[in-house]
Design a protein around this ligand. Structure first.
Ligand code: SAM
Length: 237
């Protein structure tokens, strides 16, 4: 079990399931409580909806569930998963190795790295995905991670975020309170207030909009898409 990792900003590091010893139950808990059959395919569609992205980076990729689905959905993609936690990366590599070799091939790679210091050149990535990462980060660390996503994105690149938004009814509010107890209050405050699209815009992206919402056991999960350029690539507007 790794000692709690620290981002370059020395923020408290929250492992995938809130506690390092819970990492091994992360996948089954997600499957049971997170409506994965709805939100994962929606994320895959959002990534692929913009013509033919070539290089996709999943920041805070966790156990790599989305990456194997993306790899299967489009066999021309190069996908790099980045996470700060060696333990989840080991699990992600195991899962990719167990998947059909023809699906994964050498197009999928996992790297240890932090969201505010991504191991990519400026303007080199077509789509940056952040699925359930941002609520782990303190407000200033969120902004640094989003600015870093903006730096590595190509001019026509896009940011695709799935994370918690403002709870919209008493049940999702109660679930989100439980999540805040596990994951922390300071890093989830912007989510509770529905400020994520504003933060994404503040980081330099444009046309950040909530495309879909799902009620889950842990709160209201939102799919947000933004473009690096002023007019979002593939947007309807
Ligand atoms: C809740 S999990 C989400 C995993 C996966 N994206 C998913 O959708 O299931 C959050 C992940 O973000 C990673 N993480 C947290 N802070 C990070 C940081 N500053 N840089 C990179 N990864 C980080 C954690 O290690 C964890 O694997």
């Amino acid at each position: 079990m790794p000692s709690p990792d620290r981002s370059s900003s020395a923020e408290r590091y929250v492992p995938a399931a809130g506690r390092a010893w819970l990492t091994r139950v992360y996948d089954p808990v997600m499957a049971l409580t997170m409506r994965e059959r709805a939100f994962r395919p929606a994320l895959v569609s959002a990534v692929l909806s913009d013509g033919r992205p070539r290089v996709v980076v999943d920041v805070g990729c966790g156990t790599g569930t989305l990456i194997t689905q993306l790899a299967a959905a489009d066999r021309s993609l190069r996908i790099i998963g980045v996470d700060g936690d060696q333990q989840v990366l080991a699990r992600a590599r195991e899962k990719a190795a167990a998947a059909d070799a023809a699906t994964i091939g050498d197009r999928v790679e996992f790297r240890k790295g932090l969201a505010d210091k991504l191991p990519f050149d400026d303007g080199s990535v077509d789509a940056v995905v952040m699925s359930l990462l941002l609520h782990h980060l303190a407000p200033d660390a969120k902004l640094r991670a989003l600015r870093e996503a903006h730096r590595v994105s190509r001019p026509e690149g896009r940011l695709i975020v799935a994370d918690w938004g403002r709870p919209r009814d008493p049940l999702t509010r109660a679930g989100f309170f439980a999540l805040q107890v596990i994951d922390g209050f300071a890093n989830t405050r912007d989510h509770a207030a529905g400020r994520l699209p504003d933060l994404i815009t503040q980081a330099g992206f444009s046309a950040a909009s909530v495309e879909q919402r799902w009620r889950t056991v842990w709160g209201s999960l939102e799919l947000i898409i933004a473009g690096k350029d002023r007019r979002r690539a593939g947007s309807r507007g």
